[in-house]
Design a protein around this ligand. Structure first.
Ligand code: KG4
Ligand code: ZN
Length: 358
């Protein structure tokens, strides 16, 4: 089965083609970072317009690099939510137009489910059940992934997401959007221990986290600095911040492994590209006989491959009747606010899941 995956929930247009036998055949991402940089963040209307410009070009590119004709695609998977409404609508419109033209099923995928399952594209891939740490610009959550479609929230940030804290720290250090890569770069020349920052909720018994106090501590450090533009100060602060985030996430990850007894940890979402965090998690897990899985580096941030793999898993579990319905699903929706538990089990209500923008 060949599945075309389309992601357009925020500021990346991602397209990929996956084959159930051969794995990922080809993928392409266009990032809008340069376009939004001038505004210090994502401008939704510009994002939608750019997705329109890129989607068909990327699809042609992915198909031609895979040597696959449009008629050979068996199904389309598209991000249905959460995300920016207009941006989601572009991906959904394109996906359903292709589905209609080719008479093939179209499945809507939850963006976070895509991130969760992106490690299935790693070699070796994790086996169910596993613990997943989702760290992106909008989410910081520990999930217990029992099987495809069975996700249990173990703990999450009570305020800012880790990626958001990276972005705000970058702003305070005079760096542009997105902040994660900039802070990581600065941290490389920082002096360990030069600046001390708090580790919020490090010793709390739950797997919940908080990053807003850390952000305030960064602000205070910048305000108190003799010269906040001094390159060494900026590097020292970037390192102190990165280490604080890495320590909190690592301590909680170890706690998740201990309390569940599950010895596989999958780390996904944009912040999982951070080298300090990766090293810290690998080291801590190795000491406890657990194993860490990361998606391939280029698939850590938003991409079409994670949507294609999640869509393929869903399609493989669908009955013939469900597939027929998916072939005739001409009306479609974009779900800007949509929790993972709603997506996995539309009838269940998980009181811990809060509505939150992507
Ligand atoms: O998963 P993602 O691409 O989009 C969302 O779903 O939010 O994550 C984007 C977030 C941004 O906050 C960005 O600053 C952060 O991931 N990020 C990083 C790194 N690369 C991206 N944070 C820390 N270190 C990095 N190397
Ligand atoms: Zn994402």
């Amino acid at each position: 089965m060949k599945v075309l995956g389309i992601e357009s929930s925020c500021d990346e247009t991602g397209v990929a083609l996956i084959d159930s036998e051969k794995g990922l055949l080809s993928d392409a991402v266009h990032t809008q970072i340069d376009m939004h940089r001038a505004y210090g963040g994502v401008v939704p209307e510009l994002a939608s317009r750019d997705h329109i410009r890129r989607a068909l070009v990327l699809i042609d590119d992915v198909l031609s690099r895979a040597g696959v004709k449009k008629e050979e695609i068996d199904a389309v998977a598209v991000t249905e939510g959460p995300g920016l409404a207009g941006a989601l609508l572009v991906g959904s419109s394109v996906a359903h137009a292709i589905g209609y033209a080719l008479g093939i099923p179209v499945v809507g995928v939850h963006h976070l489910e895509g991130h969760l399952l992106s490690a299935c594209l790693a070699d070796p891939a994790p086996k169910f059940p596993f613990i997943a740490l989702l760290v992106s610009g909008g989410h910081t959550q520990f999930m217990r992934v029992n099987a495809f479609g069975s996700y249990e929230l173990l703990g999450e940030t009570l305020d800012d997401a880790a990626g958001e804290a990276f972005d705000k720290t970058a702003q305070l250090l005079g760096e542009g959007y997105p902040g994660g890569p900039a802070v990581s770069r600065l941290a490389e020349t920082g002096t360990p221990g030069a600046i001390e920052l708090p580790r919020p909720m490090l010793h709390s018994t739950s797997l919940d986290m908080s990053f807003s106090g850390l952000k305030t501590a960064v602000l205070t450090a910048v305000n108190d600095a003799k010269d906040p533009t001094d390159p060494q100060f900026r590097s020292d602060l970037a390192l102190a911040f990165t280490e604080a985030v890495a320590e909190v996430l690592t301590t909680k990850a170890v706690k998740a492994i201990k309390t569940t007894g599950i010895k596989q940890l999958v780390v996904a979402g944009g912040v999982s590209a951070n080298k300090t965090l990766r090293a810290s998690l690998i080291d801590a897990c190795r000491k406890r006989g657990a194993r860490v899985f990361f998606p391939p580096q280029r698939l850590c941030t938003d991409n079409g491959a994670m949507i294609a793999v999640a869509g393929m898993m869903r399609l493989q579990r669908m009955t013939e009747e469900e597939l027929q319905n998916a072939r005739k699903r001409w009306s479609f929706s974009a779900k800007p606010r949509w929790t993972l538990s709603q997506a996995a089990n539309p009838d269940a209500v998980n009181p811990r899941q809060r509505f939150r923008n992507h």
